[in-house]
Design a binder for this molecule. Structure first.
Ligand SMILES: *Cc1c(COP(=O)(O)O)cnc(C)c1O
Length: 509
């Protein structure tokens, strides 16, 4: 190819490339042809959901994907006909992605906390992608930024924060916790030489992403205290106060308390009000990881257990958990907007128009309050469902989950399972103690049998060294019928294992 030199040559070559790039901009007719099979697949996926297994173990689903290299050119679409390859690719997606492993859209997914995908949020994502609105900086996307901040204000108000609180819609709870940790670090004015003396207080039940966030924030060398818990795995405020006092004595700098509002393992809520007393007295940053539990603020009956959350400095709450959104939205709210801004602001010459526009107003651009610049417009996927459905159906769905968990706990105890204390939120733990033999081996075999069966997906954990099963109810598609089915399957698998001890006894030792 000759290198174009004159303006005419450049123009001619640009036109040629434009023609070649044209598949990237299908016309209206082709858009219909592209959309139809995708929507048909999505409909079929949803319609057959109740009849599909929730879990299918698969060893090598990626092998087939890797066997399809990206072609240099796609086949040319014919006007009016379905686009070639799309059906084939949807089949490949179905076999290689939708089928293997866990199906988190399924109501039978009661293994882990997140599992959502409400349809109106899906439509919000579609519009966010089509319009590609920019929600990073107010100057460029005033409406998108306003919408995100409107949603954040709603959450801040829910946890009892004042009207000038700030926040961010991040990709998930892990990043939201990281933003809170970095904000707390800057608020305390800590610098690298201070880290080995800075003390953090949390429990053994804190989500691992908090440890990860501390490490990513460069604070891996800070002093991390695992504060003692009560019998229900909640942080003991007196133990916290003692530890803080001892640390001061030793010349450490007590810095941050990370409380959990709904632990992942058992759904325990730390005593936030009493922790706030300690944090206030000692001038510590109180962060509440409510990724799982904070949206239960919508339920009046849970609010007393979350009392004190309004006294915290920052809260993480995950709409892709508690509001059943598709994966990709975890939020953080911070009481002190300035602290959040100090931790994340930046200056760049090529951003000078945006900086000028923002002068003199409270900072509210996500790019100044988070690590991201260009980002997915996450506000719309939450705003649209809230506006369309109102808050009441979300509250009802959360309340349903609480009731289902307690119902399960009663019924599973009636079947003869050993159960934990009454669930505080929507996680129940239970295990079968066999007539003879090692209960750990039995329950391990039980969870494996459930996974192999695939009609219901529960998970397992260890509590006080014992192998226990978990039921985590937080899918908007999990209903009474699902729980009854789970109970029936549990009963069936226990009978099968008790009747054939050989199937699990050899796993002992
Ligand atoms: C799920 C969870 C997280 C992590 O959130 P992601 O959205 O998975 O990144 C953090 N803390 C708690 C308590 C959680 O339940």
């Amino acid at each position: 190819m000759n290198t174009p030199k004159t303006a005419e040559e450049l123009a001619e070559e640009a036109r040629r490339q434009e023609r070649e790039a044209r598949p990237l901009e299908p016309d209206a007719e082709r858009r219909v042809a592209l959309r139809r099979p995708v929507l048909e697949y999505a409909e079929e996926f949803l319609e057959r959901l109740p009849r599909t297994p929730v879990y299918r173990s698969a060893k090598e689903p990626a092998a087939e994907l890797r066997a399809h290299p990206f072609p240099e050119e796609g086949p040319l679409p014919r006007p009016g006909a379905d686009p070639p390859r799309l059906h084939e690719l949807l089949d490949l997606f179905d076999r290689s992605v939708a089928e293997p492993g866990l199906n988190p859209a399924h109501g039978g997914h009661v293994g882990y906390i997140p599992g959502g995908g409400i349809y109106t949020a899906v439509l919000g994502d579609y519009l966010a992608a089509v319009t590609n609105e920019y929600a990073g900086v107010r100057f460029a996307g005033p409406g998108a930024v306003e919408m995100e901040n409107h949603v954040i204000s709603w959450m801040a108000e829910m946890v009892g924060y004042p009207g000038d609180a700030a926040g961010n819609l991040a990709s998930g709870g892990s990043i939201a916790n990281l933003i809170a940790v970095v904000t707390a670090r800057e608020a305390a004015g800590l610098r690298a030489p201070d880290y080995p003396r800075a003390a953090v207080y949390l429990t053994d039940q804190v989500h691992h992403c908090v440890d990860k966030a501390l490490r990513i924030a460069g604070m891996g060398e800070c002093v991390i205290h695992r504060v003692a818990m009560d019998s229900r795995r909640r942080m003991d405020p007196e133990a916290l106060a003692r530890q803080v006092a001892a640390d001061r004595q030793r010349g450490l700098v007590p810095w941050m308390v990370v409380a959990s509002a709904g632990t992942t393992d058992v759904g325990a809520i730390d005593p936030l009000d009493r922790l706030a007393d300690v944090a206030e007295a000692a001038d510590l940053w109180l962060h509440v990881d409510g990724a799982y539990g904070a949206f239960f603020m919508l339920c009046e009956e849970v609010r007393p257990k979350l009392a004190g959350i309004e006294r915290s400095d920052s809260v993480v709450m995950d709409p892709h958990k508690g509001l059943f959104l598709p994966y990709g939205l975890g939020a953080v709210v911070v009481k002190d907007r300035e602290a959040m801004h100090r931790a994340h602001h930046y200056r760049a010459a090529y951003m000078q128009d945006a900086h000028a526009e923002a002068a003199g107003r409270p900072v509210d651009s996500p790019a100044e309050l988070s690590p991201e610049l260009t980002k997915h417009f996450r506000g719309l996927r939450l705003w649209l469902p809230l506006m369309l459905h109102g808050v009441a159906p979300f509250r009802a769905a959360l309340r349903e989950k609480l009731l289902l968990t307690r119902y399960f706990q009663r019924r599973v105890a009636e079947l003869g399972f050993e159960t934990g204390p009454e669930p505080e939120l929507s996680v129940a733990t239970y295990r079968w103690v066999p007539e003879e033999g090692d209960p750990d081996a039995f329950n391990q075999a039980l969870v494996e049998a459930l996974h192999a069966d695939g009609r219901i997906f529960v998970s397992s954990t260890r509590l006080d060294g014992k192998f226990v099963l978990r039921l985590a109810v937080l899918s908007f598609r999990t209903h009474l019928e699902t729980i009854d089915r789970a109970l029936g399957i549990l009963e069936e698998k226990v009978a099968a294992l008790e009747g054939h001890p050989g199937r699990w006894r050899e796993a002992e030792s």
